[in-house]
Design a protein around this ligand. Sequence first.
Ligand SMILES: *[C@@H]1O[C@H](CO)[C@@H](O)[C@H](O)[C@H]1NC(C)=O
Ligand SMILES: *[C@@H]1O[C@H](CO)[C@@H](O)[C@H](O)[C@H]1NC(C)=O
Ligand SMILES: *[C@@H]1O[C@H](CO)[C@@H](O)[C@H](O)[C@H]1NC(C)=O
Ligand SMILES: *[C@@H]1O[C@H](CO)[C@@H](O)[C@H](O)[C@H]1NC(C)=O
Length: 344
Amino acid sequence: MAARTVKRRHVSSRLSCKLFIVFTVSIFCVVVLVTAVRRNVPLDFLWGAFFQNGDVSNFSIYVHSTPGFVLDESTTRSHFFYGRQLTNSIQVLWGESSMIQAERLLLSAALEDPANQRFVLLSDSCVPLYNFSYVYNYIMVSPRSFVDSFLDAKEGRYNPRMSPKIPREKWRKGSQWVTLVRNHAEVIVDDEVIFSVFKRYCKRRPPIDIRKGKLNLKLQKQHNCIPDEHYVQTLLALHGLEGELERRTVTYTLWNQSATKTDNKGWHPITFSYANAGPRKIKEIKDISHVYYETEYRTEWCHSNSTSVPCFLFARKFSRGAAMRLLSDGVIDHFELSALLGNE
Ligand SMILES: *[C@@H]1O[C@H](CO)[C@@H](O)[C@H](O)[C@H]1NC(C)=O
Ligand SMILES: *[C@@H]1O[C@H](CO)[C@@H](O)[C@H](O)[C@H]1NC(C)=O
Ligand SMILES: *[C@@H]1O[C@H](CO)[C@@H](O)[C@H](O)[C@H]1NC(C)=O
Ligand SMILES: *[C@@H]1O[C@H](CO)[C@@H](O)[C@H](O)[C@H]1NC(C)=O
């Protein structure tokens, strides 16, 4: 039985998220975000294969991309993405509240369709680990949201000036990649108060820039806060909704623990390549049944509607080569079992 441990970590700016996929299960929902750098959905072929096995009435896709970017025949090979970009996209900067605002825009658009019941936030480097119907049933039978959320007492991300609107004991940390039930998505979209506190006091400390001279001293004193790893979990805690959560994410991230403090980047996710996305590694991820949260001494056994389930439905970050390997190994279709039993 496999476990994983969640320690303190944060994401480096170089590995910023280029794109969100929200897929709502129609009952379903995908959001995708593309930034200025990336002008396409790099793993569209894999998601195309995934949705091909779904029922079109069971999901809808929403994409947040660079303003003006249009998903059509010339920008994606998967027709499921055609025209799915938001018309009110904003420019997103990593570590800024614009990231949370993009999530809110996606959820807001997805909430307009009353058929959307679950909201899955994903990035452009995420891959599915199961076929559509498995993912669909796993998420739909759960009356709870899946939100990675844990106490973040040690790290100094909390800025006391957020008080009293955000008392320290409600401050939470966790993965940005959440899956929400409808009323939790509504809480996020309706929130103006906590979002504006984040906008004001939760900012990323910029890297030292020699050209800025003495200004660096001031900038480095700023709380190094990562809005997208705190906002949803803190907001839901403030609303007293933690009892309605599975307090874990369904998206696996492999953290590079060898990155040191001195390189000022902290931990960052490892990108899977063709070579390390083989069947044995994928099976290892799929076999994880519980997560240990160090700061709370809490073991979270993975459940959906009180039934034991594998913890992870999706994984990141995957290169195109790694995603192609998943496809050819049959991870997301019904040949999956035989492929996993094959030699590596
Ligand atoms: C689509 O939704 C229906 C109703 O919830 C369900 O019975 C069916 O299995 C779903 N289809 C897929 C491919 O998941
Ligand atoms: C959740 O589990 C309960 C108790 O086992 C069951 O009665 C209910 O039908 C399940 N909900 C869904 C949506 O499958
Ligand atoms: C992990 O981080 C270290 C230090 O930043 C880097 O040298 C190494 O290549 C990274 N490993 C992987 C697998 O990305
Ligand atoms: C989907 O995956 C599940 C679990 O891996 C498997 O039992 C099921 O047969 C698959 N369904 C399809 C339609 O491939």
